[in-house]
Design a binder for this molecule. Structure first.
Ligand code: FES
Ligand code: FES
Length: 156
């Protein structure tokens, strides 16, 4: 069996897996980090997003081996990140989820967006969510939540 070392949520993890396995499967099946979801498996829905070196990255279709040496952060550890924690509070305050299947990916996308642009206007928020689908139609509340998080971060 091949093995691979990845840095995930601040820890070096040695994993027995084929490095060609998509990162999402390694997270969910080998490490029990099931917050990132499998939606399309084709980099078209955003459900699988994780932070890689601080940037939202779709990981359903990219080999885990590509992520060696990078800092991967999943939704499970996002509360340890000041921006990520503010985004999560704002999603809760705005009720920005229905079934929740897309939510982890959206929270990751919002965190990535606010790290790059602390005060995005509505157009910038919409552009930041471009890769993310929500079958339940919660985007209006998601946009409101990101605006709320931006205000909170600006107030800190
Ligand atoms: S599951 Fe990765 S983008 Fe849809
Ligand atoms: S809340 Fe159900 S898919 Fe987005």
């Amino acid at each position: 069996m091949d093995s691979l070392t990845l840095t995930i949520n601040g820890e070096a993890r040695d994993i027995n897996c084929d490095p060609a396995t998509p990162l999402l499967y390694v997270l969910r099946n080998d490490l029990d980090l099931t917050g990132a979801k499998l939606g399309c498996g084709l980099e078209q829905c955003g459900a699988c997003a994780v932070l890689v070196d601080g940037e939202a990255t779709l990981c359903c279709n990219r080999p885990a081996g590509e992520f060696a040496g990078k800092e991967i952060v999943t939704i499970e550890a996002l509360e340890n990140d000041a921006v990520g924690a503010a985004v999560q509070r704002a999603f809760i305050a705005e009720g920005a989820a229905q079934c929740g299947y897309c939510t982890a990916g959206l929270v990751i996308a919002a965190t990535s967006l606010l790290k790059a642009n602390a005060a995005p206007d509505r157009d910038a928020i919409v552009a930041g969510l471009e890769e993310h689908l929500c079958r339940c139609g919660s985007h209006g509340r998601v946009i409101a939540a990101i605006g709320r998080a931006a205000k909170e971060i600006g107030n800190v």
